[in-house]
Design a protein around this ligand. Structure first.
Ligand code: FES
Length: 294
């Protein structure tokens, strides 16, 4: 039997419960909402990644670093795109009323998203989950990420700048053309270092030397990571060795995005016991030492 995708019903108002910019929110105390954003820009930043800017209802601007939205991506080919796509927020510009996402165009959802043009509507639900937390006693933190994980870590620079905390960001990538988020980190005062597969500098041994140097110079009150299992393991090992706390943003396939379906369960180890947690609701940011890699 052939199962054919069902095209969207043109007579159905899929967005009738969502708030648009300018609407009055009847439930201002709620944590999560469904919003119709307006695309301001959607541009390529390199051959693989695009950066979309949305004008949104003020409630959506409450998102903070590490939180995510669930995106109702348009279809790239006319067939229905099943389910929303979770995506961590890249930047919140409260003055302009914008939220931004940096995304890799690789699946049907993100290929559909890549077709959005300025003025188009885009339905987003959020902000969802628990994001990064900065302790007031920290003066310098280290961010280590790879690939699209750097887009998740980038808003930490905004949060750190607001709290007068210094950031050293180690950006890992396959080659120089796909180093992500450097401008955003540097624009907010972070010091950046790039490590690449193409010249061998992204090897764990070399990254370990860089981290040990930062620790020795008092630049690592806390660790933050996303996007690579081997970098997670490295930060866990050095975090244990030097008693440095840390947080990791986990990437996971999701369906509902708010804790109802349990599709996003991952294993964690807490006080010697293995347990399962929902990445969408309990995270996506977790204690670095409790995460079990993949
Ligand atoms: Fe449904 Fe997390 S995606 S519980």
């Amino acid at each position: 039997m052939t199962i054919r995708p069902v095209p969207p019903d043109p007579n159905h108002n899929y967005t009738n419960s969502a708030l648009r910019t300018g609407d009055v929110d009847p439930y201002p105390q709620r944590q999560v909402g469904e919003f119709i954003g307006t695309v301001v820009a959607n541009k390529w930043v390199n051959k693989e990644y695009k950066h979309v800017i949305l004008k949104v209802h003020p409630h959506a601007l409450k998102a903070y670093a590490g939180q995510m939205f669930h995106l109702l991506c348009p279809s790239p080919d006319g067939a229905e795109v099943w389910m929303r796509r979770p995506m961590s927020v890249y930047r919140v510009d409260k003055d302009a009323g914008h939220i931004e996402f940096l995304y890799k165009c690789e699946g049907r959802g993100t290929r559909g998203m890549a077709m959005l043009e300025p003025g188009d509507d885009f339905n987003v639900t959020g902000p969802l989950g628990h994001g990064f937390v900065l302790e007031p006693s920290w003066r310098n933190v280290v961010v280590l990420g790879r690939g699209v994980g750097l887009a998740t870590l980038a808003p930490l620079s905004q949060l750190a700048a607001e709290n007068k905390i210094g950031v050293t960001a180690i950006l890992s990538a396959r080659h120089p053309d796909v180093v992500m988020s450097r401008d955003l980190f540097e624009g907010l005062g972070a010091k950046t270092m790039t490590v690449l597969d193409s010249d061998g500098t992204s090897a764990v041994d070399n990254v370990e030397k860089i981290l040990e140097g930062l620790i020795a110079h008092g630049k690592a009150d806390a660790f933050f990571t996303c996007g690579s299992n081997r970098l997670l393991k490295l930060m866990q090992r050095l975090g244990k060795k030097h008693n440095i706390p840390g947080q990791v943003a986990m990437e996971q396939i999701m369906v509902c995005g708010f804790g109802a379906c349990y599709v996003c369960m991952r294993t964690f180890e807490v006080d010697g016991q293995r347990l399962l947690r929902r990445v969408c609701r309990d995270g996506p940011v977790f204690n670095l030492q409790e995460a079990v890699g993949w």
